[in-house]
Write a protein that binds this ligand. Structure first.
Ligand code: ARG
Length: 491
């Protein structure tokens, strides 16, 4: 029921470690979060600073003790302290503080628990990584928009079911990817608001009887608000689940681009070539140029989804409030963040150096009778027949497998419509135009369509929006940096 003091914890001379030593090595190893805690070392020092300043302002520690402890925190920051055989970074730092300050250092943990401490640290480190990721994502979106801007006239085959469907342009295609990443950015930005909330001051879960000021630590650490209920504050990891969900969706979107790069670089497609910097060769087949970067981007998607599923499974059915299981969630967050960020970065480099084979793309855009829809549309426009009948006529001549001619069209039309289009103003010129991929594209100038007028407009709108997004992310970053810079100067 009750713990024997000899079993662990921090002693007052800070040096003696007789306590934890009684825990067998393999048990300590099992309990430890040292590895994942590397990511929250700096965050923990910040949390210590904010908590101390607040304790001093509330009259709960003296100004002298506060500044002596902060001097030690400064030193620890420089030294980039390595965790010894402590359970976690929080314990390791506190031990050092006590060793260097003396028993007065033991006041740092007044009105606080590792439970609110760790939740706060994760949120601090996570928001930082989210800002970096969002900036990387903006770069990728810009790369795609720039490339789209240069390719509004580049005709390519468009697909449904991976079958030639209708001609479109490279700009239209790249814009589609860019728009999905813009939504990913939006999702991350919204999640950021929920990540950047302070659980600090919740203590173990039931708050504390000391007269602390949670709003003050929230402000000192640059949080936007409190995770108010102290039980919720220490026990929720839904901010991690949300971000891992967003990352999984992002990765699924990225994997679609990766897949196309892989497919389009095959000799069967021959639409593009990767720059040597983003490809590898085979150890046995000297001619090979393999799209390994895109393949790993596709593969890491599985890993990020795995992180989400792991985190969800760990959190499922955990009773209130803090449970040690939660420690097991954190490494999945760090890995998911790392993989997503490196994938965005790699694909950005890969896309910005791709060489497209425009001649091959254009040639391929007409194959597979991909202009059939426009031919049916033209029959409707010129002769006034219902679209379903035009669809039947064109479907009949498509089966022949060769380029359609007017007499063939007339014969098929007699069967389904009972008249010859050539006798109702449907000329060879109209037929040729309907079969030309470039005029197909030019006609599709409705909102969101592939016509160059429309794709140019979309590129320019999105370039403006993405610059505004970049400014917004910079503002979010400065707000955080300003708070933390001020905090680091406080004694
Ligand atoms: N290393 C722990 C974690 O990541 C810190 C909190 C430990 N709390 C506790 N009551 N043992 O969750």
């Amino acid at each position: 029921m009750f713990r024997d003091q000899r079993l662990g914890g921090i002693t007052l001379d800070g040096k003696r470690d007789g306590s934890t030593a009684t825990l067998p090595e393999y048990v300590l190893e099992f309990l430890s979060s040292k590895e994942a805690d590397r990511r929250i070392f700096e965050a923990d020092l910040l949390v210590d600073r904010a908590h101390l300043i607040m304790l001093k302002e509330q009259g709960l520690v003296s100004a002298e003790t506060c500044s002596r402890i902060i001097d030690v925190l400064d030193k620890l920051e420089e030294r980039d302290l390595r965790v010894g055989n402590e359970e976690d970074v929080h314990e390791a730092i506190e031990k050092q503080v006590i060793a260097l300050v003396g028993p007065e250092g033991g006041r740092m943990h007044t009105g606080r628990s590792r439970n609110d401490e760790v939740a706060t640290c994760i949120r601090l480190a996570q928001r930082d990584q989210m800002l970096d990721l969002m900036n990387e994502l903006i770069s990728l979106i810009k790369t795609l928009l720039d490339l789209a801007g240069k390719n509004t006239e580049t005709i390519i085959p468009g697909y449904t079911h991976t079958q030639h469907a209708q001609p479109t342009t490279l700009a239209h295609h790249l814009l589609a990817h860019a728009d999905s990443y813009a939504r990913d950015l939006e999702r991350l930005k919204e999640a950021y608001m929920r990540v950047n909330q302070s659980p600090l001051g919740a203590a173990a879960f039931a708050s504390t009887g000391f007269n602390i000021n949670r709003q003050r630590t929230c402000q000192l650490l640059g949080f936007d608000g409190l995770v108010e209920n102290s039980m919720d504050a220490v026990s929720t990891r839904d901010f991690i689940l949300e971000v891992l969900s967003d990352l999984s969706i992002l990765m699924v979107n990225l994997s679609r681009l990766a897949e196309e790069i892989i497919l389009w670089s095959t000799s069967e497609f021959g639409y593009l070539e990767l720059d040597n910097r983003f490809a590898s060769t085979s150890s046995i087949m000297p001619q090979k140029k393999n799209p390994d970067t895109a393949e790993l981007a596709r593969g890491k998607t599985g890993s990020v989804i795995g992180s989400l599923v792991s985190a969800l499974s760990i959190c499922k059915a955990l009773p209130m409030s803090y449970n040690r299981d939660l420690q097991e969630v954190t490494p999945h967050l760090w890995r998911g963040m790392d993989w997503a960020r490196s994938t965005v970065r790699i694909l950005n480099g890969c896309v910005s150096t791709l060489k497209f084979n425009k001649a091959r793309l254009e040639e391929s855009s007409a194959s597979g009778f991909s202009t059939a829809t426009e031919l049916a549309d033209s029959l409707v426009r010129i002769t006034g027949m219902p679209f379903r009948i035009a669809h039947l006529i064109v479907g009949r001549i498509a089966a022949s497998g060769h380029k359609p001619n007017l007499p063939e069209l007339d014969t098929a039309a007699m069967e389904f419509a009972g008249f010859r289009p050539s006798e109702h103003g449907f000329s060879v010129e109209i037929l040729e135009k309907a079969l030309d991929p470039r005029s197909n594209v030019a006609l599709r100038s409705n909102t969101g369509g592939p016509a160059p007028t429309e794709t140019k407009r979309m590129v320019s709108d999105r370039l403006t929006t993405i610059d505004e997004e970049k400014d917004r992310i910079s503002e979010m970053r400065s707000r955080v940096d300003n708070a933390l810079d001020a905090l680091k100067n406080m004694r």
